[in-house]
Structures are given as C-alpha cells and as structure tokens.
Design a protein around this ligand. Sequence first.
Ligand code: SF4
Ligand code: MG
Length: 327
Amino acid sequence: METLLRVEDLRTQFHTDAGLVHVVDGVNLELKKGEILGIVGESGCGKSVTSLSIMQLLPKGIGKVTSGNISLEGKDILAMSKSELRKMRGSQISMIFQEPMTSLNPVFKVGDQIMEAIRFHMKLSKKEAKSYAIEMLTKVGISRPESVVDEYPHQLSGGMRQRVMIAIAMACEPKILIADEPTTALDVTIQAQILNLMRQLQQEKGTSIMLITHDLGVVAEMCDRVVVMYAGQVVEETDVKSLFKNPKHPYTKGLLASLPQLTSESDRLNSIPGQVPALDEMPVGCRFAPRCEFRMSVCETSNPALLDTGELHNCRCHLYQEEGVSS
Ligand code: SF4
Ligand code: MG
C-alpha cells in the first residue's frame, strides 16, 4: 500500500513550568492510502502533540518541532509556507477533535462554518456552497439539515456538533482525516454512530484515517494497524490482529489487561500500577521501567530501540533484543 504520510524521528518540544521538555521524542510512523491507523496510549503520552505537529497547529510560542521530518506524498510539511499549510489543511488533511465546542465558532451559524471551509478550497458561489453544506449535513446523518444549517452550535446536542465537525472535516474530501478522541465525550450509542460514519466515509472515499484514542475497544472495531505510544515514544507497532493476539510490549499487555474495565464505568486505563513519568523526570533507561513487572537491570540504564521483532511487528523492549534476552 502506498504511503501518504510519513513521520520520521519527530521531536517536538514544549515550554512547561518545568522548563523545556520533549513531549514527542523520536516518533516514526506512516499512514498508508485508505487505511485506518490507531494511535493508542494513556493521556500525556504524546498522541495529540504528534497530530498537532503534523498539522503544524502547535500552540505558538509554547510548542515547536525541533527535529525530524514530516512528509505528505513526499512533500515536506515542515517547509511549507503559511499559505501552503492553509491549503493543505482541509483539502488534504483535516482534523476533528474530542470537544467540538472548542473548534466550532460559537458566534457563527453551522452552515456558515461549513461554507467557509468549502468556499476557501472549492471556489463555489454562496448559493452553491449553502446547498453543498446542506448536502454534507444530510450525509453525516443530521435530520432537518435545512434548518440546522441556520442554527448556532449551542443549539445542537454533543453528538450533532460532532457530526457537524465531521461534515466540515470531510467537506473538501481530504485524503487524510486525523481524529483525536472523536467520540470520547459522547455516549455509547452516539459513539457507535459516529464511528460508523467515519468508516463509511473511509470506504466510500478511500480516506486514510489516523484515529487517536485511549480506547482499545474502538481500536479493535475500527483500525487496520496500531501504533502504541508511551512517554513520547512509539513502543509497539503492528496490525490490529497481532496486537490483540500477540501483544509484545509489557505496556501494551497492561493496556489489554485493563480492557474489561473500559466497558464499565471507567474510561481511563488505570489498571497498570503507577503513572506515566513526568516529562522533566524521564527515566534514563526504558521509560516504562518504573511500572514494568518484567524489568531487568539493563532496563534501568538503556532505553531500548524500536526493532522489528518479526512480520512488521515492531517493539521497543529489551525482552526482544539480544542484550535483553541474554542478561
Ligand atoms: Fe519492561 Fe525492560 Fe521491556 Fe522496558 S525494556 S518494557 S522495563 S522489560
Ligand atoms: Mg490528547
């Protein structure tokens, strides 16, 4: 499968109270044409910052990419001008977020917000744009689209707002949709509807989707391949079947062990004892070592590399590296 988006050795730095820290520290990943790639991990592991780095939407003066490459069909995103980035966002890569209220503008009608996206990229008249906006609202399953188009975001339910966000994101038929926890704030029924909608769009248009989530249930249902992140790094990468059948990294095993809890009240992955290390107190060795039941002495001093452990199943753990096995 053709690679659309390639991220190589990405490092993204943030100014925090604790000083300058790398929130994303050497991330490699690729998104292929038409696939749904899951990015999984607890909050604070660098999933969202990776996607904001790709979109070049890091908060100004706070976060910046310090090294690495990001390319879209061979074109260097980090070298794009402001106007090239504006063209790229929406028409080639769109993003939807967990809380649509933060990305929908409360003072503009729903239709105007869809129309703005369309008119910038598609050069339609106002009238054409409005009927296209109504068509998009119909496509994402909004009933009475003719009236919703003239309503404000606060007049809509959470599920409807998320549908509107998807309508905006999909309006220009982007090649890539990055969805950051798109259903986390929604109840289970609406969540299933939104995921169905995304899958339908992927099947109809061949859109590649990068789905950022902490929910392995969502991953099992939706994804072709999965990247597991921990403390700013990729720790495991494989197809979805191998991830569930043959997880390798102790962190992934811990996430899977906590899965039954996710179907009950809790929406946090809290069955792995301990916490993600603070950014300014990264262990020198394996970043998962303080929480790992398989920890060996080598783990305390050396951070393992991400290696192919067979059949494109990559894992960052001394258990699967020669020095780890022999110690
Ligand atoms: Fe555990 Fe060591 Fe593997 Fe890290 S490298 S996950 S501490 S076994
Ligand atoms: Mg996040």
